[in-house]
Structures are given as structure tokens and as C-alpha cells.
Ligand binder design. Sequence first.
Ligand code: UDP
Ligand code: MG
Length: 333
Amino acid sequence: MSNLQLSIVIPAKDEEESIPELCSWISRVMQTHGFSYEVLFIDDGSSDNTWQQIMLAHEGNRNIKGIRFNRNFGKSAALQTGFRAAQGSVVITMDSDLQDSPDEIPELYRMITEQKYHLVSGWKKKRNDPLSKTLPSKFFNGVTSRISGIKLHDFNCGLKAYDKAVIININVYGEMHRYIPVIAKWAGFTRITEKVVEHRARKYGSTKFGLERFVNGFLDLLSITFVSKFRQKPMHFFGSWGTLSFLIGFVLTLKLFWDKMYSLFIDKLPMKREITEQPIFYLALVAVIIGVQLFVTGFLAEMFAMQSLSKRDYLVIEKVGIEESSKTTIIHS
Ligand code: UDP
Ligand code: MG
């Protein structure tokens, strides 16, 4: 394990114009502050000369490194790959489009190392983006903050700083990069704060996320909401609604059964309406079927949860009198 102070993880998709400028800016800041560092570019399947620019930068400065995907896998995959490769004790993520300023890095580093935050998220308080982007994002941030209980104004800011322990213990998949603070909180890293950062207008190229970001962001928000509540106990959700639905169906069925028996043996008159002619019959049928389905879904979800949780869903932070095993992760800091 090397003892670098900083790893700067930068996903890049079609950002050839920005890379040289970004590299020299970062190098300047790093030199001024005397940091030991590495810059990890992840070329996320660019179709322009991004990779050539990364290699060129590496020629000029060996602290600049690159990983290249064979196709576009998305920002989350790029970040996750960078996290796995990072060696610094503080990990910074930033966008490669020059919208985030490297000048923020020293202060972010200080907040992690001195103030002992697990995660510091940038807050683009004054945003240089069109209203069509800032308005929906206000909504998302409000809802995400309420649901997760994390007091952040800007969950999706590309500029963030992490204690190394956080990034080796979280998994960013799909498009969940929007919700990394939430994922970090699940894993028990609760010292999360924000820092107002400068946000610049995009200088070169264009945004890689279109209108679909709102649809996807909303669906991810639903998953996050559900999963953060019921991830470890899906049966509590499916089971309770399933039981309720099944009970309603069962009671209605009993009523139909009672009516039939009454007319057959007590009244001894034919029923006014056959059972299958009564709406209540169909309600009972549907309620029982839905109830059973919810139950089965709950069992399946429970089996998934069991499998993934048995792998590792907890973190050991300290031990006494126990031999060190290579399988357990110990949080430092
Ligand atoms: N990015 C990436 N893979 C993608 C989409 C984007 O690596 O599939 C990178 C992109 O190069 C940039 C960062 O993620 O460095 C943020 O993207 P963008 O600036 O397009 O997002 P916006 O600022 O519009 O939210
Ligand atoms: Mg951008």
C-alpha cells in the first residue's frame, strides 16, 4: 500500500479539449501545496481523443494515470473503477469538463484529515447551468435529503472528497453516483457535510446527460427510498401488505361461503344472485391472488437479501484479542 495523500478520480467521456488544461491546473495546485498525489482518469468509452490526451498527460507527469473502458459504461462504473484503484488516503472525485475547480482540493483535503469527515460533498450554490437543469435538481435534492435524513443541498455534485475507508467499502452501480452520500450513510459513514464550491460554465464539449436524467433520477430515487427502508427486511414490506390483501380476500370469501351455506341449508331458497354474479366474488379473488403474490415476492426478496447480506453488510472498526484476518476490513480514521 502506498502512502499517497491524495487520489483524484476523474471520469471522462469525450472530454479531449478539457484534459490538458485540467491536468496542468491540478498539477499546479498539487505543487503549490506539496501534496503527494495521483490523478486517475477513467476514460468511459470516449469516441474522441480523450485517451490519447490522458496518455500524453501521463508522459509529462507520471502522477497522472489512466484506465480505459472498452465502451461507455456510465459515470457510476467509472467512479467505482477509480475507487478500486485509488491509493491515496483521501480520495477526491471531480468532473473532467472544467466545471469543478481544482483550487477547492486543499480545503476538501483538510476537512477530511483534520475535521475527520467521512465525506465532504461540493455544493454548487451558484450554478452555471440552465434553469431546465437547476429546477428539477432542486426538487431531487429536497426529496433525497428528506428521505435519507442527510442534510445536503447538492447530492449530485461531481466534486466530492472521501476518507479512503468510505470508498473501499461502498459499491456504486447503475446510475447511483447521484446518491453516493446515501450509500455511504447506509454503510455507517455518517460524518457527512458539504462545502460551497465554485461552479463554472462548461467550457468545451456538451453535457453527457440529456432529459432522460430526470426520468432515471426519479426511478433511482424510488429504488433508493425503498431499499434504504427495507433492504435488510423486504418481508416486512411485502409481507405486511400481502397479509392485509390476503386477509381482505379471505374475509370476503368467508362471507360468500356463509351466504351460500345459508341459502342452501337454512333459507332453503335459491340465492338472489349466484356467487359468480357478485362483484364481491371478483374482489375476493383478486385480493387473495395479490396477497399470495406479494408474499412470494417477499420471500424471493428475502432470499436475495440474505445472500448479499451474508457476504458483508457490516463493518468492524476495532478488535481486541482477535487475530487479524485478511477478510475483515478495518476502518482507519
Ligand atoms: N461522464 C462519464 N460517463 C458518462 C457520462 C459522463 O464519465 O457516461 C463524465 C463526463 O465526462 C464528466 C462527468 O461525468 O466528466 C459529468 O458529466 P457532465 O458534465 O456531462 O454532466 P453535467 O455536468 O451536465 O451534470
Ligand atoms: Mg458537467
